[in-house]
Write a protein that binds this ligand. Structure first.
Ligand code: AMP
Ligand code: MG
Length: 406
């Protein structure tokens, strides 16, 4: 049997980072930078006021105090967005608003709270030090600075910084394109009236949701019957011009395991048993002839779900330009004990709360009821027979439950 690490490495070997493309900064959320972002302007771009108040020369307010206001004549207003170049004369003041450019000669701002609010003459009760309530040009970022390095996964704060630095376009990796293939004669679309023996093709929608939750793009999706010709034709020339095809079903030991049967014959894809529960039957490779990269997941819904997280997600990360080894893994305390199979790594579906995990109900590989509640996988290594209550267990978050996104 192949270890989980070996199979993950085999899947990773099929893919590489997607090509770079330019996108507008507003469309970069969730993408990974393929090139550094360099600030086009200083931030702040000009000396400006941090408060609503009065622009002053600090020296004019020597001795100003609550009980000893200094009264200065007001030479008008400077509002945010005022593009005129004002000059502050000695012994005078101007009303100034937050974000407004400092008039020449001004070296401090007295907040409106330390004044009588006067519009013609203002009584000021603060003796500010030079630079008080002033935001200096370039104190945050300098033009030409690398503000976001290549490899950054762009979040809202990164969008804000690049936009403020007046960078209209950034270079990111193209979203990985994934074609999803479900196989099985028993499967019908959701909402069908179910004949005896039929089930809903839930893996199809599940895998599409997982692909999208991973920040990748569903290039195409298809359900195929257990028909060798149809499966062969599709896998040799899949719809959607995908970077990767993922299939579900048809890879175990049954008489109608068409994916395995067809791809074994075509060649390029190896079918293996991986020492993992759930999700033992796996396959991956590049389809001979077409060179299409394919990962064949098992059909049991929970196996398919777990396998996606363990094998496909690292590949999608690598394709997106991220480090596949950074998986958000964390240590948690087992809030209860449970038995596991010692021969395999067991991916127990758990609910994590405050660093403590408990199993999310029934662990059967067909049991979606318990799966939906889970927030993480506890990866119990091979060689363990029993997880003791109170023991530390290594977990990875499930998509949609990573701790930064809730
Ligand atoms: P297979 O590997 O094709 O033998 O499928 C194993 C089990 O998973 C069977 O019970 C199938 O009915 C079920 N299954 C396979 N594909 C899907 C699917 N797309 N959606 C839901 N269940 C499936
Ligand atoms: Mg099947």
């Amino acid at each position: 049997m192949r270890s989980v690490e070996e199979h993950r490495a085999a899947v990773l070997a099929l893919v590489g980072p997607t090509p770079a493309q330019a996108v507008s900064v507003g469309a970069a959320l969730g993408r990974v930078l393929a090139a550094d972002v360099t600030a086009a302007v200083d931030l702040p771009g000009f000396d400006n006021s941090a408060m609503d108040g009065y622009a002053v020369r600090a020296a004019d307010l020597a001795g100003a105090h609550e009980s000893a206001p200094v009264v200065l004549p007001v030479d008008g207003d400077v509002a945010a967005g005022d593009t005129a170049r004002h000059v502050l004369a000695t012994g005078r003041t101007m009303r100034i608003m937050t974000g407004a450019p400092l008039p020449d000669g001004c070296d401090a701002v007295v907040p409106v709270e330390r004044s009588d609010g006067g519009a013609d003459r203002a009584a000021l009760t603060l003796e500010p030090e030079v630079g008080r309530h002033v935001r200096r040009r370039g104190e945050d970022v300098r033009a030409g600075d690398v503000v976001l390095p290549a490899g950054t996964l762009v979040g809202p704060g990164h969008v804000a910084l690049a936009a403020a630095a007046n960078v209209p376009e950034v270079t990111v990796h193209r979203r990985p394109r994934v074609t999803v293939v479900s196989t099985g004669d028993e499967l019908v679309p959701v909402g069908s009236s179910l004949e005896h023996g039929q089930i809903v093709d839930s893996n199809h929608l599940m895998l599409r949701a997982l692909v999208e939750a991973a920040g990748a793009e569903v290039a195409a999706g298809v359900h195929l019957r257990d028909d060798a010709d149809a499966v062969r034709a599709f896998l040799e020339a899949p719809d959607g011009d995908p970077d990767l095809v993922i299939t579900t079903g048809g890879v175990s030991m049954g008489a109608y395991d068409t994916v395995k049967e067809v791809l074994s014959e075509v060649g390029g894809v190896e079918f293996v048993k991986v020492a993992m529960r759930p999700g033992m039957p796996q396959g991956c490779g590049t389809v001979a002839g077409s060179g299409v990269a394919v990962v064949t997941l098992p059909g049991n819904p929970v196996s398919s779900f777990v396998s996606f997280h363990v094998f496909v997600l690292p590949a999608l990360r690598a394709m997106a330009g991220l480090d596949p080894a950074v998986d958000g893994g964390f240590e948690a305390v087992a809030g209860e004990g449970w038995s596991t199979v010692p021969e395999k790594l067991e991916a127990t579906r758990v609910v994590e709360e405050d660093g403590v995990v408990r199993r999310s109900g029934g662990q059967g590989s067909h049991m979606l009821g318990a799966l939906a509640e889970a927030t993480a996988l506890a990866l119990v290594p091979a060689g363990t027979e029993h997880v003791e209550a109170g023991a530390s267990v290594h977990c990875v978050p499930l998509l949609g439950h990573d701790r930064t996104r809730g």
